[in-house]
Every structure is written in structure tokens, then in C-alpha cells.
Ligand binder design. Structure first.
Ligand SMILES: Cc1cc2nc3c(=O)[nH]c(=O)nc-3n(C[C@H](O)[C@H](O)[C@H](O)COP(=O)(O)OP(=O)(O)OC[C@H]3O[C@@H](n4cnc5c(N)ncnc54)[C@H](O)[C@@H]3O)c2cc1C
Length: 444
């Protein structure tokens, strides 16, 4: 067996035996490319709404091989909008998207209960913690959630040097690979067909070509998020950004007494290059951060692995947040890739004439957003005019990313700037303007 792509998969005994690949040409009503959360929720929702539809999912590896089996497990009630869409859509439309995103956390919970998907779902809300004065200042002006002073925050979780935190109830945690594999099984129970080890070579109006045959379908839905750049003609559509994670060995009860964190909120910090954490169902801590963010040429075919320096960096972040964990062993490290559009806005597209649809560009906030996108794709494909089909991310277009080497240079400059801003803020205790420059360059 090859190495599992994440500890989440390792916990399930590794990747499962692949489902049979496509064998020869076939017809379908809907052909979905990519069996991550976007593709699987879409298959499930379509079959639930119209059991007469023939829905086929093609997956290059196995379901949940991509970001959906590797992520931090935050089911966050937010969609990445970016400043450009925010300005263009206006407050009313942005509020509608915010509300829909918030409701999606409970929607995922209900759907998991209905479809018997056991994925350690727990809704404890989310805390963003400040460990420096500039971080605290940023939290005070943040738009969402309730501000907690140091004492109130410490009643929830004891973080080293915490100056305050912001709490929002709109977040849950899951075991990501359990959600992906449970979703695949649920989509099949609803009557969708999943072919694994079946790479799509080309997506065209009403046809998807693979080495094993062609699927002809009224609708072709691209659900390849971070891997999109590898498809013909789509090199500059979504930037593949990598994120790295480590997970500790289980932490003993006495140490948990010291740490608190009884309500299992997801936690991130207010650094510019932030890290994100969850307390797992078996009492470990999984923490992720930016590591090596980008491979030249938008490569996703090499596994980015996790360099020792990234493991050391994440470990240092963990110990800074939780000093009692300085000797806790790390069980596993892995990395994964997600998609970012040029203006950092996620989008859902469906062209009725060509039948070509896609959703993605969730910019690292794709767990809940993929469910919302899938329900939106369902309505668009079925031709239903609903609240979802009027949300501002529907048909939103961003321009392409720059060609190389500009793309690579820009990512290095943005993350170099953000890292330097964090270092300056740590040293001086004052906000750094470098972060503003980096944000402007990123187009966010
Ligand atoms: C380390 C990490 C941590 C993250 N943490 C969080 C988090 O805590 N909360 C959150 O909301 N978001 C998080 N994200 C983002 C989130 O995981 C993704 O946005 C989301 O899973 C995307 O789902 P998807 O189905 O669109 O794409 P994926 O899950 O990447 O699925 C795409 C699938 O398409 C397949 N594929 C690619 N090319 C082809 C082809 N040519 N033919 C057939 N199949 C193909 C791939 O094998 C893959 O299985 C994180 C991402 C990473 C990498």
C-alpha cells in the first residue's frame, strides 16, 4: 500500500481499495470530474432531488484523495469572497451569502445524520486567539463574532501569552477522511456511480474523455479545485496553494486539564501567516499552516511532502500556543493543495447551453462551502430558480493568474512579506505595514 495521503486516512487504515474504473464509452445525464466534497455532495444532492438522473463521478485516484481527505476539518460557516466581489456585489448580496454559509454548518450536520455519515462532527464554534498586541488590535476590529478578553478566553482554553480571542459559534470540526469516504458511500447509496483510477484527460461540452473511454453527458461538472491547473486550458484559472499539517500523539487527561479546551472549538491565531488547529475525537491536536505554499508552474503532480523545516515550524507554533506540549510526540505530517482564484473569491458556474459547470476556489475554506456549492449546482442543473442560484458567487468571474515566472514570484513575495510582517510584529509589538503591501499584491 502506498503511504496514506494524511493522518486522517492513516487512522482509517489507509486509502481503501479503488472502485472499478470506467470501462469503455457510456452515456449519462451528469458527469462529475473529481470525487472530493464538491463532486460527492453534488452527486448526492442531484440524485436526492431527482432519482431518475444518471450521475457518474470520475476520480483520478480514489474518493477523498485530494484536499477533502487531508484538510484541517473546520466546517466553517464562511465563504471566501475577496474584496473585489465584496465591492461588486453590494451589502445585501454579501449578507445573503454570509447567511447561507452560516446555515451550511447545520446543513452539513443534518445531512450527515440523514445519510448516516459518521465523521466525528462536533459543533463547538471557533476561537481566533491573539498572542501579540497587533494581533489583539486586529481582532478588536474584526467583523465577525464576539470579543473575549484574556480571562474570558482562558476559561475556554489556556493559550500561552493569550491577550484575548474572538469567538464565533458558526464552526464545527470533522474527521475529514471520514466525511469524504462516508459521502462517497452515501452518494452510491443514492444511486450515483463512482469510477476511481479514472483520470479525465479533457472536459468538453457534453463529453469527458478518459484513457478508458468517453462519457457523453448533458452536464459536465468540474470539481477538481486545487488540481484544476493540470487540466488542458485551465493552467491559470485557480492557483494551487499548499497547506501542511501535523498531528500529535494522543494527549493524556492530566495535560488536557491544564489546557482546558473542553468544548473543542476550532482554533486559529491572528498572525498574518496563521495556523489552524482542531482537537480530534481521540484527543490529539492537529495543526496546519502554510509551509511551502506553491510549486513553480502550478505543479500538483508531485507530492509536496512536508520538509523537516515545516514540521519544526508547526511544532514550534504548537508549543508557543500550548507550552505544556513541548515534549509531546508528533505522529504524522502531510500536505495538500487547494484552489485560489485571482481575486480570492470562490465561485459556482453553470452554463446551460454548453452544459459546462464548475465550483471551487474556496481559498482554504472549502469544507462547508463545497456543500453550499453542491446545493447551488443542483438547483442550476435542475433549472430551479432558488435563493441559492441568486447568491453573488454564482457566475462570478475572476481574471486569470499571471503567467510564470510572475506567478511564482508573486506568491514568494506575498508569503515572504506576510512572514516578515509577523516577525516584525513579534519583535516590536507594533503593527507592520508590510502586511498591507503583501495583501494588496495578493489581490485579496
Ligand atoms: C491541508 C489543508 C487544510 C485545509 N483545511 C481546511 C479547513 O480546515 N476548513 C476548510 O473549510 N477548508 C480547508 N481546506 C480546503 C478544503 O479542504 C478544500 O477546499 C476542499 O476539500 C475542496 O474540495 P473539492 O472537492 O473541491 O476538491 P478536492 O478534495 O481536492 O477534490 C478534487 C478531486 O479531483 C480529483 N482530480 C483531479 N484531477 C482530476 C482529473 N483530471 N480527473 C479525475 N479526477 C481528478 C482529485 O484526485 C481529487 O480527489 C484545507 C485544504 C488543505 C489542503
Amino acid at each position: 500500500m502506498t503511504d496514506p495521503p494524511s493522518w486522517w486516512w492513516a487512522q482509517l487504515g489507509g486509502l481503501p481499495e479503488p472502485r472499478p474504473p470506467l470501462e469503455g464509452d457510456r452515456e449519462a445525464d451528469v458527469c462529475i470530474v473529481g470525487a472530493g466534497y464538491t463532486g460527492l455532495w453534488t452527486a448526492l444532492e442531484l440524485r436526492r432531488a431527482d432519482p431518475s438522473l444518471d450521475v457518474v463521478v470520475l476520480e483520478r485516484e480514489v474518493a477523498g484523495f485530494g484536499a477533502s481527505g487531508r484538510n484541517g476539518g473546520w466546517v466553517l460557516g464562511e465563504v471566501s469572497i475577496g474584496s473585489r466581489m465584496r465591492a461588486a456585489a453590494g451589502n445585501g448580496a454579501v449578507d445573503a451569502l454570509d447567511r447561507a454559509a452560516q446555515q451550511t454548518v447545520d446543513e452539513v450536520s443534518d445531512a450527515c445524520a440523514r445519510e448516516a455519515i459518521a465523521c466525528d462532527f462536533f459543533k463547538g464554534g471557533s476561537l481566533t486567539v491573539a498572542q501579540t498586541a497587533p494581533q489583539l488590535a486586529r481582532l478588536r476590529t474584526a467583523a465577525r463574532g464576539e470579543m473575549l478578553d484574556a480571562e474570558q478566553a482562558a476559561a475556554r482554553v489556556r493559550i500561552g501569552g493569550m491577550r484575548g480571542a474572538r469567538f464565533t459559534p458558526n464552526c464545527a470540526r470533522v474527521q475529514p477522511a471520514k466525511l469524504a469516504s462516508g459521502l462517497a458511500a452515501a452518494a452510491e447509496r443514492r444511486g450515483a456511480t463512482i469510477h476511481e483510477r479514472t483520470p479525465a484527460l479533457a472536459l468538453e461540452p457534453h463529453a469527458v474523455r478518459t484513457p478508458h473511454g468517453t462519457v457523453r453527458a448533458r452536464w459536465v461538472i468540474r470539481a477538481t479545485e486545487g488540481y484544476t491547473a493540470a487540466l488542458p486550458g485551465l493552467k491559470r484559472t485557480l492557483l494551487p496553494l499548499w497547506s501542511s499539517m501535523i498531528v500529535t500523539e494522543p494527549i493524556d487527561a492530566a495535560t488536557w486539564e491544564e489546557i482546558g479546551w473542553a468544548n473543542r472549538e476550532t482554533i486559529d491565531d491572528a498572525a498574518h501567516v496563521y495556523c489552524y488547529l482542531q482537537r480530534t475525537a481521540d484527543d490529539r491536536i492537529a495543526i496546519g499552516g502554510r509551509g511551502r505554499p506553491y510549486l513553480f508552474g502550478s505543479a500538483t503532480d508531485r507530492d509536496n511532502g512536508v520538509p523537516d523545516a515545516t514540521v519544526r515550524h508547526l511544532r514550534a507554533r504548537l508549543t508557543r500556543l500550548f507550552p505544556p506540549l513541548r515534549d509531546t510526540a508528533i505522529a504524522h505530517a502531510w500536505a495538500g493543495v487547494f484552489g485560489v482564484s485571482r481575486d480570492w473569491a470562490a465561485a459556482v458556474h453553470c452554463d446551460r447551453q454548453s452544459g459546462m459547470c464548475w465550483a471551487g476556489g474556496y481559498a482554504g475554506e472549502g469544507v462547508a462551502a463545497a456543500n453550499l456549492a453542491a446545493r447551488t449546482l443542483r438547483d442550476l442543473v435542475l433549472g430551479h430558480d432558488t435563493e441559492l442560484t441568486h447568491l453573488p458567487w454564482v457566475a462570478h468571474r475572476a481574471r486569470d493568474w499571471e503567467p510564470e515566472p510572475l506567478r511564482w514570484l508573486a506568491v514568494q513575495a506575498v508569503y515572504g512579506g506576510l512572514r516578515a510582517a509577523d516577525a516584525i510584529e513579534d519583535r516590536t509589538g507594533r503593527p507592520s505595514r508590510l502586511a498591507l503591501a503583501a495583501a494588496a499584491l495578493s489581490g485579496r
